[in-house]
Design a protein around this ligand. Structure first.
Ligand SMILES: Nc1ncnc2c1ncn2[C@@H]1O[C@H](COP(=O)(O)OP(=O)(O)O)[C@@H](O)[C@H]1O
Ligand SMILES: N[C@@H](CCOP(=O)(O)O)C(=O)O
Length: 292
């Protein structure tokens, strides 16, 4: 049996639209068993999710290796669908890794990253899902440039996952078609300063910049009303560092360990409609193990 494990991801981290992301400790696992006549996907996503060659993971694998022999596979995941925690990136990377392994393609991680970025449309989920930890990345249509993004060690991700789904494609339609030169300079300066502050461990500066995004949060605020609510509650506790995870609707607050409990307790008393989780960075990224 071959087992492929891929972490969830939180993209953007505030102002790093389409370029910053971090792997988190929720996981999709794909177990590959015997060869079969037709693809047989066992999953518990419900009857709307295909269980044959039309399954997204299998289709992604076949896009890389069209002649792949069908197998029986089992998909399990605790990454919620369409919530802004990178479920599609974890699934498509699992598919690419399955094709690479079963098809003996020997593609490097760089090639897998390029392929995954083209399929996903932006590298900020797939890069941290592949490598683990925080990643900054840019795709110029030919190559993915990427570098590790240093995040503080003593940080937790207090995560609120609303009950409703929001497809990334839908949330991208809310984005403005144009930004002025002046606004673009300011928005990228905020993001640059955030990465510099993180690189020297200046979380005091970083947490304020995390809340200064000018690329996407305002445009998506009607789709993710909990952002303002949770940010405000955190501020009342003197906690700064709340942002829209990916395209939303999940909201994450980056909190030093010492402040985590008070935020969790306050939020849980509010009974917001959704799930409250305490997440941490994943530092392993995509893993493949083989058991006989
Ligand atoms: N494990 C999976 N198997 C099949 N399809 C999946 C899986 N995970 C995600 N998807 C597809 O990706 C869609 C969600 O992707 P997207 O809108 O980008 O949201 P996000 O990646 O933030 O969860 C799902 O509605 C589904 O079509
Ligand atoms: N930069 C993208 C990130 C989408 O992440 P997802 O987890 O919501 O798929 C965006 O903001 O659209």
């Amino acid at each position: 049996m071959i087992k492929i494990t891929v972490p969830a991801t939180s993209a953007n981290i505030g102002p790093g639209f389409d370029s910053l992301g971090v792997a988190l400790n929720l996981y999709l696992t794909l177990e590959i068993f015997e060869e079969t006549v037709q693809w047989h996907v066992i999953h518990d996503y419900g009857t709307d999710m295909p269980d044959d060659e039309n399954n997204f993971i299998v289709k992604t694998a076949l896009s890389l290796a069209p002649n792949l022999t069908p197998h029986r596979i089992i998909v399990k995941s605790d990454i919620p669908l369409a919530r802004g925690l990178g479920s599609s990136s974890s699934a498509l990377l699992a598919g690419l890794a399955m094709a690479n392994t079963l098809g003996k393609l020997n593609l490097t991680n760089e090639r897998l990253l390029e392929k995954a970025t083209v399929l996903e449309g932006h590298p900020d989920n797939v890069a941290p899902a592949l490598f683990g930890g925080g990643v900054a990345a840019f795709y110029n249509g030919i190559q993915v440039f990427h570098a590790p993004l240093k995040l503080p060690q003593d940080i937790n991700f207090v995560t609120f996952i609303p009950k409703y789904e929001l497809l990334t494609a839908e949330a991208r339609q809310a984005l403005p078609a144009h930004m002025s030169f002046k606004d673009s300079v300011a928005a990228s300066a905020i993001s640059n300063t955030l990465t510099a502050a993180l690189s020297v461990g200046d979380f005091n500066t970083a947490r304020k910049l995390i809340e200064m995004d000018q690329f996407h949060e305002q445009a998506r605020s009607h789709l993710a009303p909990h952002l303002e609510i949770i940010r405000e509650v955190a501020h009342q506790l003197q906690i700064i560092g709340t942002y829209l995870s990916g395209a939303g609707p999940t909201i994450i607050t980056l909190v030093p360990k010492k402040d985590t409990q008070k935020l969790l307790e306050t939020l849980s008393k509010m009974n917001l409609p959704g799930k409250l989780l305490l997440l941490k960075s994943d530092f392993n990224g995509l893993q493949i193990t083989k058991n006989d």
